[in-house]
Design a protein around this ligand. Structure first.
Ligand code: FEO
Length: 174
């Protein structure tokens, strides 16, 4: 059973995750537009992962007998500058999401809501991976600078990322 405050906070997080999906879909579209197909693929996979995150919370609220309430999704930016700037924005956004997850865990602890605390641990771990992925790509982009060859290599590497759907949104790694 979820408190009203926890239900509201989790509903807000569904919105944050769907906005994340929307932001990365916009980055994918931008990457396609500037001819970086590998970057476009990476952000498309990221978009799909964010929708899995949103649906995990959606299912959790339902399982706990709470009411899912969907909210308006803000318009994401459509221009992102260089690939490096785009990944710096991605990392900045993920740091915001990490803070939101930490706030949710704080609330679960404050309310002695053990089920939500356990549920949220998956997201705590996921955020470490999300930030690490972004940091790694940012380091590579800084290393190659504006060099066309280096960017081409990174674009090729990012083209290999594949989305693995979880068996259900309630289990496993997205
Ligand atoms: Fe669902 Fe990228 O945080």
């Amino acid at each position: 059973m979820l408190s009203e405050r926890m239900t509201e906070a989790l509903n807000k997080q569904i919105n944050n995750e769907i906005y994340s999906a929307y932001l990365y879909l916009s980055m994918s579209a931008h990457s396609t537009f500037i001819g970086m197909k590998g970057f476009a693929n990476w952000f498309m996979v990221q978009y799909q992962e964010e929708m899995v995150h949103a649906m995990k919370i959606y299912d959790y609220i339902n399982d706990q007998g709470g009411q899912v309430k969907l909210m308006a999704v803000a318009q994401p930016p459509t221009e992102f500058g260089s690939p490096l700037e785009m990944f710096e924005k991605t990392l900045e956004h993920e740091k915001f999401v990490t803070k939101c997850i930490n706030d949710l865990v704080d609330l679960a602890i404050e309310e002695k809501d053990h089920a939500s605390n356990i549920f949220l641990q998956w997201f705590v771990t996921e955020q470490i991976e999300e930030e690490a992925n972004d940091n790694e790509i940012i380091s590579k982009l800084k290393l190659v600078g504006k060099g066309g060859n280096g960017l081409f290599m990174i674009d090729k590497e990012l083209a290999a990322r594949v989305f693995t759907p979880p068996a259900t949104s309630k289990e496993g790694e997205a």
